[in-house]
Every structure is written in C-alpha cells, then in structure tokens.
Design a protein around this ligand. Sequence first.
Ligand SMILES: [Zn+2]
Length: 362
Amino acid sequence: MNKRDFIKQLGLGSAAILSAPVFFQSCEGESGEEKDFKLWVWTGGGNKTEAQWDEELAGLKSLGFFGVLVGGGKPVLEKAIPAAKKHGLEIHAWQWTMNRPGDKTAQQHPEWYAVSREGNSCYDVRPYVDYYQWLCPTKPEVQEFVYNGMMEICDIDGLDGVQLDYVRYCDVILPRGLWEKYDLVQDHEMPEFDFCYCEDCRSKFTSEQGYDPLDLEDPSQDEKWKQFRYDSITNLVNKIADGVHQRGKKLSASVFATPSLARMMVRQDWDKWNLDFVFPMIYYKFYAEDIDFMKRATEEGIKDLNGSKPLYTAFYLADKNNEELKEAIELVRQTNANGMAFYDYGLMNEEFRAIIKEQKEA
Ligand SMILES: [Zn+2]
C-alpha cells in the first residue's frame, strides 16, 4: 500500500468511528475544575486536496484534537487552513529551522553552513545521515535568512502560529537508544559531531572571552563555550518570537525530551526561550528508557519552565503498540502537562485513534 492509499484508508477509518455508537463516554462529570487536555498532531502532504484536508481535519476534530502542526510550507498550508477554520482547529506551520538539507537559497551560500571541530563544513560532509545539513546560527546572514523565511510563512492569512523544528545544533551526543544504530559509543563529544567552529563563531567568542575554543585542550569541558552556543540558538529563537508576536501569532518549538538532555545533546536551552508553548519530544525508546520516562521527563520540563508556558508532551507513534500508547497517555495525564502531540498523522491507525479518543475523554 502506498502512503496516499494508507492515508486515504485512515480517513475512512475515522468515518467508521464517527458512525459507530458512542462507546467512550466520560466517567467524570463536568466538574469544570479539570483543565482541558489539548491534543495536537503533526501532519502534512503536498498532494492532499482541499476536500481531503476537510475530511482529515473533520476526523481529527471528532477525536477531540485541538490543533494541527502542518508541514510542507505555503502551498500545503493554504489548502489546509480553510478546513482548520471550518472545523475549529488551530493550525500552525511546522518549519525546519537550522537543518536545511538541499535548501536552494542556502546552497548558494556554502559559507552559511556549520563547521565541525574537525574543520568540515556541513555543506560538504553530512554528519550521521544524508538529511543533516546544518546552518550556523551565529552568522547574521543566516539569522536574517531564517527569520525572513519564518515571517513569510507567519504572514499567511488564517495561520495561528509557527512551530519550529530542528531548532538546535547537530546532535553532539545522540540519544542512548541510537548509539548501536550508528555503531558509536558517545560517552564524550566527538569532534566530527561537534559544531560550530566556523570563523564567525570562533572570532565572536574570542572577542567576548579572550580565547579561541580551538586552542582549548578539551573544548567540550568549557562552560563559556557551551553557553555561547546555547545563546546563539536562544537569540535566534527570541528574534523569531518577536517577529511572530508582532504579527499577533504564536510561536512554539519541538525540542529534545528535557532541558538538561537538550542542552547536553543538541545545545538547546529551551526552557529559556520566549515561546508561547513547547513540545518536548519524549520519544522514550530513542533514549533507551522505559515508558515511565513519559512521566519523569514531562515533570522535569514542567518544573524547569516554572509556569512560564504550556507544555505538550510529544509522543512518537512508530514502534508502539496499543498498550504502550494507552499507558503513555495515562502517564502524561498524571502530570500537569497541558496536553500531548502525536507524531504523526500517517501513523495514527484506527486502533490508535480509538485509544486517543478514549484517553482524552477518560
Ligand atoms: Zn558558526
């Protein structure tokens, strides 16, 4: 079955649920004090017609979803937005930020790409996977390019906000569950995965701190050099936030599981970002953790945010069975999370839909 047929079949699945008798009734009365647990899902698809979007989003609304994070840029969003409005769903543009594989504009500027501690540019040498081609967040030209692209998307009529993905450095440490896949033991920062050592980053850091990170015996141990890179991403995010907020829209981001892991692995200092809400991707199997990590990591994020913004725990539907999905939602519902986001729509089979609906109403 190709992907389109698969999605089509999912669409029919949702209709089947709709026409079935109401089997999931809430046991709780409407006490009014229980806060709303909002559901989001990542979706996209360049080939979907407006009618297909209408069917898809009607189905999501009937399952109790609150919003969709739609990839594919302007042409896709313009087809999806009317359906989102019609069915009362929030719609945010899902945008890749620093990782820009094959980006036509960026490709014209090889000097924009991040440089590893070994001295290789992501323009020529892609770390780990072919779709990793990272830009340097410190360069003013890169910041302008990224900012302008986000504003162009943000300006689309009817869009509620922008959701940043890949808003970070390349993984200097991969989540523990992925080490075997890449045949690596990453108990230390390896130079080929450590970014960015371009002339601009080094000279800016040197002018601020008086030394070049490349002159350090072990740059991975230098707190100021770490902080410089956290700040480089934070500054760009906050600049985008200013522009999005000026336009009266919302900014969010999908980030690594907890603030401490995110800083250590990808230099994301996300609890400091000026976002409207955040989606920590608590993909516990990638971290070689048990399912209780859904709860522990969610609680850590909430604690570090200290009430500054809503948190929606993101869950990866691949490689999960029905029981794991059910338990994950139960665990997150035991925390003060504001809801959950699911990756992604194409993986939401009929059984998963039923479990999500049941758990939302439980
Ligand atoms: Zn750089």
